[in-house]
Ligand binder design. Structure first.
Ligand code: FPP
Length: 230
């Protein structure tokens, strides 16, 4: 969800006002995804690197996150949305973590769409944590190195149980992954738009999905092989 800062600066607003408008985009995109029957939606709200931002901006983002959770939880319940968070959540201020846990707890049995919030998230850190966990099991003699396969690695990540994304949308034109779901996006379709996140609303989302629908996903196979499978 990139470009909140630029959106605000272009209008002579503070960066925080950009994030505030970004929160409105979050609401609209979640709503649209749910209406379309999308089962899993992951939002990259705050990276491990974002902790380096000025304290005022970090505080404002934390407040916005809390506000979002508190104001949306009833809607999540009405619409069967399950919320879960991934990231190094122990770094979050106590009250933010407790709001996240409360919403996760309340929505955990919902069976509609799953919204996965990546907060204080970094993919490399996630991988390091998973490698450590597996290494400990090997050390303790409960896992043989040759039993480590792709499924086990996937199941050791914070996203365990959530399918790999079909489509990754990055706003504001940056052509990079920025430490987001590096393992999980191996075969994900990438869509980069110049639109800044606060302007990324329903029509822009539908355009991205339309673009995705026109793609041919080959997963390393030839087009002819795929034709034969149909
Ligand atoms: C990146 O834009 C955006 C963020 C670091 C924060 C994203 C947060 C929100 C959309 C609002 C709160 C989130 C939720 C889930 C309610 P940037 O600030 O790096 O933009 P820039 O590159 O133009 O400076």
């Amino acid at each position: 969800m990139d470009g909140n800062g630029r959106w605000a600066t272009q209008r002579g607003f503070s960066r925080v006002q950009g994030h505030r408008r970004g929160k409105d985009s979050v609401k609209e995109i979640v709503e649209t995804a749910r209406e379309l029957g999308i089962e899993f939606l992951t939002l990259y709200a705050f990276s491990t690197e974002n902790w380096e931002r000025p304290e005022r901006e970090v505080d404002a983002l934390m407040r916005l996150l809390r506000h979002y959770l508190r104001s949306e939880v009833n809607k999540m319940m009405r619409h069967g949305i399950r919320l879960r968070a991934i990231g190094n959540l122990r770094r979050l201020p106590r009250e933010v973590l407790s709001d996240i846990r409360a919403v996760e707890q309340r929505t955990r049995a919902n069976e509609g769409m799953t919204v996965q919030l990546a907060v204080s998230y970094g993919s490399r850190e996630e991988l390091v944590t998973a490698v450590r966990r597996l290494a400990r099991k090997v050390r303790d003699g409960v896992l043989a190195p040759e039993d480590i396969d792709e499924t086990l690695v996937s199941d050791s990540l914070m996203t365990a149980g959530i399918p790999d994304p079909d489509l990754l949308i990055r706003t504001s034109g940056e052509m990079r992954l920025s430490n987001f779901l590096l393992w999980q996006v191996a075969y994900t379709e990438l869509y980069v738009t110049d639109v800044l996140w606060p302007d990324f609303r329903r029509p822009q989302f539908l355009e991205a999905l339309d673009d995705y629908k026109r793609r041919e996903r080959r997963f390393g196979k030839t087009a002819e092989q795929l034709g034969q499978e149909v």
